[in-house]
Design a protein around this ligand. Structure first.
Ligand code: KDG
Length: 317
């Protein structure tokens, strides 16, 4: 049995060196990145038996995505396609007052045609956990259906499902996102949502505790995690609320922070730890991720635990 199966698109990320503009750069750094595989990487690196499933073009770029994930210990269960392309995104790193700029070039990606019956549904049904995000159903009508089918299959089989809202304004409007996401929520056990998305996409009001309670009541989630950037995170689980402060970090690359947090959180829940312990691991892994270029948390469990030990020392001093 696989501990965790994640499903979504993994793109090639191309970025000019820090400060350089896309318009004039002569160099592009090459990485593989996708919210769901980022989660699998963090979980695998921290000890979970994690797999990622998707559809990729049978091309050097598709194979590069797979080798990029395997090197972190993620098992890949991929449908290889002769049609469709490798999704790509360009990232121009910014600094104040110029923010980072993301340009998607992912239309027509092979994954957008991924249908349920070509994917490893049995594996999802047999896994301990299944994870996907709000990016996947935004990519095509086919993927909207496939995401719904996989969540339903997992839920029916007793696989614990997690879902990160991960709203991307370059893919859809808040209104269509809300409609689609709310239709998926009945098959989700653990919802992770950034406080801003909860307000601006899901139309929630009140403080983070009220947001989590409102969502848990309406959709019967077992766990709701509200992430709050520098304010940390809050989790509501089985009626109990837990708060986790963020750990101070020097940010080199913030992309993938939420995925690192969730991958670490899931790895500890899979190992049988409590929600507050899983939140601590999530927070330490998220802080470490921000010091590492690229979308994935290239960390070890020892590093995460040493961050937690230092935090413990700070608190008791
Ligand atoms: O959460 C980080 C992701 O946004 C990044 O890795 C790229 O998957 C990605 C996307 O669709 O934006």
């Amino acid at each position: 049995m696989t501990d965790l199966v994640t499903f979504g698109e993994t793109m090639v990320r191309l970025s000019p060196p820090d400060g350089e503009r896309l318009e004039t750069t002569d160099e592009l750094e090459f990485r593989a990145a996708g919210a769901e595989s980022n989660v699998a990487v963090a979980a695998a690196r921290l000890g979970a038996d994690a797999a990622w499933t998707s559809k990729l073009p049978d091309s050097p770029l598709g194979r590069r995505v797979v080798s990029g994930l395997r090197r972190h210990g993620v098992e890949t269960d991929v449908v290889w396609s002769d049609e469709g392309r490798q999704g790509t995104y360009y990232l121009e790193h910014g600094g104040k007052p110029r923010g980072s700029n993301v340009i998607y070039d992912r239309a027509g990606a092979a994954v957008t045609t991924a249908e349920t019956d070509e994917l490893p549904v049995e594996r999802v049904r047999e896994a301990d956990r299944f994870h996907t995000t709000g990016i996947t159903p935004a990519l095509s009508e086919t993927l909207e259906e496939t995401t719904a089918d996989l969540l339903a299959a997992a839920s029916e089989a007793g696989t614990t499902t997690s879902f990160d809202v991960n709203y991307r304004s370059k893919l859809w409007s808040p209104e269509s996102a809300r409609d689609t996401l709310e239709s998926l929520f009945p098959d989700v056990d653990l919802l992770l949502v950034a406080e801003r998305d909860a307000r601006e996409v899901l139309g929630r009001e009140g403080d983070p505790e009220e947001i989590a309670a409102g969502l848990a009541d309406e959709f019967d989630f077992e766990t709701v995690v509200v992430t709050r950037g520098e304010e940390g995170a809050l989790a509501l689980h089985d009626g109990e609320t837990y708060e986790q402060p963020a750990i101070e970090t020097e940010t080199l690359d913030p992309i993938g922070t939420g995925d690192a947090f969730l991958g670490a959180f899931l790895s500890r829940r899979i190992a049988g730890d409590s929600v507050p312990t899983a939140l601590e691991y999530g927070s330490a892994t998220a802080a470490l991720k921000r010091t590492i270029p690229g979308d994935v948390a290239v960390v070890t469990r020892e590093e995460v635990e040493s961050v937690l030990a230092e935090e413990g020392d700070e608190i008791s001093r």
